[in-house]
Design a protein around this ligand. Structure first.
Ligand code: SAM
Length: 330
């Protein structure tokens, strides 16, 4: 990327923008949404689609080439499919993906496909209907599973399934979940729980990647998969038999900050250079004061200047963001 202007102090090329389009969600996952529910932002405090598209256009001129749409739950926001279409039509954007809990997938998958999205990540922490309800607060397991199967039949690839393992909740199912990669071309991604916001889970419920890996290796040897430059932070493996993959995202046990290429745009219009640190730049205010594209670009460059080398969660469990994941987008 010789022309990228988004190179930080540590020579990382920040070409990936994750965009949360809403702070609202139709689930209340126990590790994500605080029990004492935080009030949702009034809609005037959320960036409009036009504002987001403008930010994306400016960011592409600076070197962003890859965008992920997330939330809250992105599919609950009105007008999202038209927005995805407009996003996919922006010249210079090489990769657009979507992270969803899958609740609304089945009924809207055709619209997602025709909007131009090819890659989706679906969050699913259990294969058991009752447990799904216990984790998320809702009885939507079958709906989500039907959506995943339909997405597979419609040719979405890869379909990544995000799983946050929690002791005493879904640790007894990790082998069954990993086995999905033997029967389906799914990429199962085990994500270490990150303490965020005010409501942390007890440390004795955290499960780190080495323990998860050891556990699922009862299914067979996990063979490393060669990484490509476009890979995210997942350490990738596969079982010898089976079309799928297993990935570990290890923000705690081996943080991947040295290779972090991300900036995050929150639904409220804040540009965050690091998921875990709450220093952020306020894009919404300047847009609404009528700033020029050049001024917008300046804010991006400012965010890049203060992107930290790494977060401190591996050594201090209280060093995470004070903001919940559902408000930033993961
Ligand atoms: N609603 C969408 C979904 O469920 O995929 C997108 C937003 S959700 C915040 C994005 C991802 O963050 C999900 O895969 C979720 O499991 C993960 N996540 C949420 N809270 C987390 C936490 N504290 N630690 C690790 N991952 C978390």
């Amino acid at each position: 990327m010789p022309n990228s202007k988004l190179i930080d102090r540590f020579n990382r090329n920040l070409n990936y923008l994750r965009i949360s389009i809403t702070d609202r969600c139709n689930l209340k996952c126990l590790y994500c949404v605080p029990q004492d529910l935080i009030p949702k932002l009034p809609s005037r405090e959320i960036l409009s689609y036009e504002e987001i598209l403008r930010i994306v256009r400016v960011s592409i001129r600076l070197g962003i080439s890859k965008v992920r749409v997330t939330g809250g739950e992105p599919l609950v926001r009105k007008g999202v499919y038209h927005f995805l279409e407009q996003l996919a039509g922006i010249e210079g954007l090489l990769d657009i993906s979507l992270t969803t809990n899958g609740v609304l997938l089945k009924d809207n998958i055709h619209r997602i496909k025709s909007a131009g999205i090819k890659r989706i990540n679906i969050s699913l922490d259990t294969l058991n209907r009752e447990k799904y309800q216990q984790i998320t607060g809702y009885d939507f397991f079958h709906q989500v599973w039907d959506g995943i199967e339909l997405a597979q039949r419609m040719g979405f690839y890869p379909i990544k399934i995000n799983v946050v393992p929690v002791k005493g909740v879904n640790d007894d199912e990790l082998v069954d979940i990993a086995r999905l990669s033997m029967d389906h071309p799914f990429h199962i991604r085990f994500i270490e729980y990150m303490p965020m916001g005010s409501n942390h889970m007890d440390i004795d419920r955290h499960l780190l990647a080495p323990e998860i890996k050891k556990h699922i290796e009862q299914l067979g040897e996990l063979v490393p998969v060669d990484r490509s430059t476009n890979d995210g932070p997942a350490e990738r493996f596969k079982f010898e038999s089976g079309p799928g993959e297993i990935g570990f995202i290890r923000p705690i046990s081996r943080h991947f900050c040295q290779t972090c290429n991300r900036l995050r745009l929150t639904a409220s219009g804040q540009l965050r250079p690091c998921l875990m640190l709450d220093k952020q730049e306020d894009l919404k205010s300047i847009i609404r004061k009528g700033c020029s594209d050049r001024e917008l670009a300046e804010v991006f460059l400012e965010a890049v200047r203060h992107k930290p080398l790494q977060h401190k969660l591996s050594t201090d469990h209280n060093a995470g963001s004070a903001v919940q994941m559902c408000a930033i987008g993961g």
